[in-house]
Ligand binder design. Structure first.
Ligand code: NAD
Length: 485
């Protein structure tokens, strides 16, 4: 089994102890991963601080940009290996993970473009005796805590803007999919970065993440994961008053109107929930379908869902791999069993379909209202509920009747409806006649319990910069010391 070490400063640390990373398709361990101690976390934060205050902090924006671009080239060269590591760790399709990893250089390229254009502004202070300006400065050491479903893509949402801003980073990958991020850290040396700019700490114990976000040496926390952990992370960050960006879960509505191209809409419903076996935060897990076309759309989705090819995630014809780990599979089964008890109609799927292992079939549930458990809770698996609606107002009400607010899809040919709906939906992303597209330039994030802060775009860069106001007295005059101003 391959031994996978952490990167702390210039050092590769194999860990005093290790834990096994499991391959959900083949079953059993495939890599032996370093388990961090509290001391390792201290050292990683110290290495990040030393780089921030030392060689990294001394670089110009143009020099940082050059290194970001070189990192992109190293990623291209290592893409196959990194993508395979993700598939072996989380069981998602190799063509999905490969597509994600191969898209990463564009993120570093995009943010490299900002690195030498982080400019402040001169402010009219309203006072002829003062020159005032605002500069934008890196926040410092960033703790990035990641989930297992798309490790390198979600890391890059944080890392590319953080590096462009001039920050240094300590990343904590998920215990379920740590390998790609730990291997990725090795590219920094090859790309020519000074040591300590990017550090990794891993562990089977969830304490490792907690040590990191609680660490007083961390200036900003950026977390992607579940709602419950997000609340714990925000509290831990608040214990030393570090701001936290939280990218959390979702229960996104994918809404079909009768004037839509129904074939495209059915395909969009499939893409929204069965891609990645539903293990994606933006899963369109609630289909809201106009009553006039409900049966037709449900039939189309059921037919396609039933023909989804499950199997080896590295196979080119496979459409759905296994679920990442046994606990997640049990959670999915539990929700489907709950739906059955509540009187649901399981139109398709509902179990492993005879595949065994960690497989769960694409599952389509009808016959339950929007306030049933399966329509409210994030399942994070290939389970779609379909609920009918009568008119646009009801569609908006049902879509917004969720404690989450990550994303939504609308399928319609009516442009006026598009404007009304995109305004009314309380979410961070709306897709119109599409679902599940992403790009480095489009801000991504949620409202309500889906979190706060934005990643990607210029907004994502702003998360890693702080404004400093500078007042320069220009006359040499002495003022009344007891009066403000
Ligand atoms: P999780 O919350 O269980 O774990 C996420 C990370 O937090 C892991 O690295 C874990 O070790 C760490 N962690 C656990 N307890 C911690 C603590 N007390 N302090 C600090 N760190 C701690 O999430 P998961 O199961 O890995 O991922 C699935 C969840 O992530 C889903 O809810 C999904 O919707 C969400 N997600 C959100 C986005 C987004 O951008 N909004 C993207 C992908 C996944």
């Amino acid at each position: 089994m391959e031994a996978i070490a952490m990167t702390i400063g210039a050092e590769r640390r194999p860990g005093r102890t290790t834990f096994d990373s499991l391959d959900p398709y083949r079953g059993g361990p495939w890599a032996q991963v370093a388990e961090a101690t509290a001391r390792d976390v201290d050292d990683a934060v110290a290495a990040a601080r030393a780089a921030f205050e030392g060689p990294w902090g001394a670089l110009s924006g143009a020099e940082r940009a050059r290194l970001l671009r070189r990192l992109g080239q190293e990623i291209e060269a290592a893409a196959d290996e990194l993508a395979l590591a993700e598939t072996r760790d989380n069981g998602k399709l190799l063509r999905e993970m490969g597509g994600q990893v191969r898209s990463l250089p564009a993120w570093y390229e995009y943010y490299a473009g900002f690195a030498d254009k982080i400019e402040g502004r001169v402010v009219d202070t309203g006072r002829p005796d003062f020159f005032g300006y605002v500069s934008r400065e890196p926040v410092g050491v960033v703790a990035a805590v990641l989930p297992w479903n798309s490790p390198l893509l979600l890391l890059t949402f944080k890392l590319a803007p953080a590096l462009a801003a001039g920050c240094t980073v300590v990343a904590k990958p998920s215990e379920h999919a740590p390998v790609s991020i730990l291997k990725f850290a090795e590219l920094f040396e090859r790309a020519g970065f000074p040591p300590g700019v990017f550090n990794t700490v891993s562990g089977a114990s969830r304490e490792v993440g907690e040590w990191l976000v609680r660490h007083p040496g961390v200036d900003r926390v950026s977390f992607t994961g579940s709602e419950t952990t997000g609340a714990a992370v925000a509290a831990a960050a608040a214990s030393h008053l570090a701001p936290a960006t939280l990218e959390l879960g979702g229960k996104s509505a994918n809404i079909v109107f009768p004037d839509a191209d129904l074939e495209a809409a059915a395909n969009g419903l499939i893409a929204g929930i069965f891609a990645a076996a539903g293990q994606t935060c933006i899963a369109g897990s609630r289909a809201l379908i106009h009553a006039d076309v409900f049966d037709e759309v449900v039939d189309r989705v059921a037919e396609r869902a039933d023909s989804i090819v499950m199997g080896d995630p590295t196979g080119s014809a496979t459409e759905m791999g296994p679920i990442c780990f046994p606990g997640q599979l049990e959670k999915i089964q539990h929700y489907v069993d709950t739906a059955r008890k509540e009187g649901a109609v399981i139109r398709v799927g509902g179990g492993d379909g005879g595949h065994g292992g960690l497989f769960f079939q694409p599952t389509l549930i009808t016959g339950l209202p929007n306030d049933s458990v399966v329509c409210r809770e994030e399942i994070f698996g290939p389970v779609l509920t379909a609920v009918p609606f009568g008119d646009e107002d009801e569609a908006v009400r049902l879509a917004n009747d969720s404690r989450y607010g990550l994303a939504a899809g609308i399928w319609t040919a009516d442009v006026r409806r598009v404007f009304r709906m995109t305004r009314a939906l309380k979410v961070g992303t709306v897709w119109v006649n599409a679902y599940r597209t992403l790009n480095y330039a489009m801000p991504f994030g949620g409202v309500k319990n889906s979190g706060f802060g934005r990643e990607n775009g210029t907004e994502g860069l702003g998360e890693y910069l702080e404004e400093k106001a500078v007042w320069i007295e220009t006359t040499g005059r002495t003022r009344d010391p007891f009066v403000l101003g």
